[in-house]
Design a protein around this ligand. Structure first.
Ligand SMILES: [Zn+2]
Length: 308
């Protein structure tokens, strides 16, 4: 039976019209991998990151995490630069580092894809943050590979944020979102924020039972384009028609007037528990978010080009 199937497949392949094959590859350098998010690759990144163990800000493990991210970006031809600073937290002084990789596009205006790569500090149990801190970082590494191979009308930036998590057990005041607040302040000071046209933030997108609600702090047109794309792909079982409100790394960008959307599944039983491990997450969930974000991107670009 296997032989017969192979024979049929061969015939079908030979019969495929040449112009269709050409179309499927258009806009890409010859021999390039298909322009699709590969959750197999993303999963491997996630496995490696979780394997490092707990990765709180300022730790040797987060330094190791940065090395992993930089090495993976370098493997697809991208150089990550470090934005480093020190901040006083309620419990200690921490050296934070954001990682930034830029893919120049036809325009210098930027679309930024961001997520945090730190994991929350716990002393009472081992917290490896498979979804919370792991999924966003793994996702961005794979997205970088895909977008590097794409012809981008806007410059694309991959932004790996440090210090999203509160240092104290409870989220309060300015003891959180250290990386995004620093990035926005620095961008205001050197005026680079003026070229930032949209922020797409991902956080906790690994949940096996993926149910992402519209986040109501987020910019409505950006949210609509993403949820519309999910509907087109029949992935509205994961991007659901309910709303929630979450404080996250997009807030400093919104306050600075940057259209921003937070793609987050906070409805996660393992959230901030020892159970946020590989068992609680799935490659399929990363694939879903990758497919939806890539399907929404042309519409986001068209909207930004129109608004100019
Ligand atoms: Zn968290």
């Amino acid at each position: 039976m296997l032989k017969r199937l192979l024979f049929v497949a061969l015939v079908l392949r030979l019969a495929a019209p040449a112009h269709l094959e050409g179309q499927a590859r258009s806009g890409q350098p010859p021999g390039a991998a298909p322009l699709a998010f590969d959750s197999g690759r993303a999963w491997e990144h996630l496995r490696q990151l979780v394997g490092i163990g707990p990765r709180p800000s300022g730790s040797p493990a987060i330094e190791q995490t940065r090395k992993y991210i930089k090495d993976q970006l370098a493997a697809v031809g991208l150089t990550a630069t470090e934005q480093t600073w020190e901040d006083q937290t309620p419990i200690d002084k921490v050296r934070f580092v954001n990682l930034v990789a830029t893919i120049p596009g036809a325009r210098k205006e930027r679309i930024v894809f961001a997520g945090h790569y730190d994991t929350k500090l716990y002393r009472e149990f081992r917290f490896v943050g498979a979804s919370d801190g792991g999924s966003s970082a793994a996702f961005l590494i794979e997205l970088a590979r895909v977008l590097k191979a794409r012809k981008n009308p806007f410059t694309v930036e991959l932004l790996f944020l440090d210090g999203e998590e509160a240092r104290l057990p409870e989220w309060s005041g300015t003891d959180n979102t250290y990386g995004s607040r620093h990035y926005v302040e620095a961008g205001k000071r050197d005026s680079s924020l003026a070229t930032l046209k949209a922020l797409i933030l991902v956080d906790m997108i690994g949940d096996r039972d993926l149910r992402i609600r519209r986040e109501t702090n987020s910019t409505p047109w950006l949210t609509n384009l993403i949820w519309d794309a999910a509907k087109r792909l029949r992935l509205d079982n994961a991007f659901i028609a309910e709303s929630t409100r979450v404080d996250d790394d997009h807030m400093p960008f919104l306050a600075a007037g940057v259209p921003s959307v937070d793609i987050i599944d906070l409805d996660y039983d393992a959230w901030h528990t020892p159970k946020d491990t590989l068992d609680a997450v799935s490659a399929r969930s990363l694939q879903t978010v990758g497919d939806v974000v890539l399907a929404a991107l042309p519409g986001i670009e068209a909207q930004l080009a129109k608004a100019r």
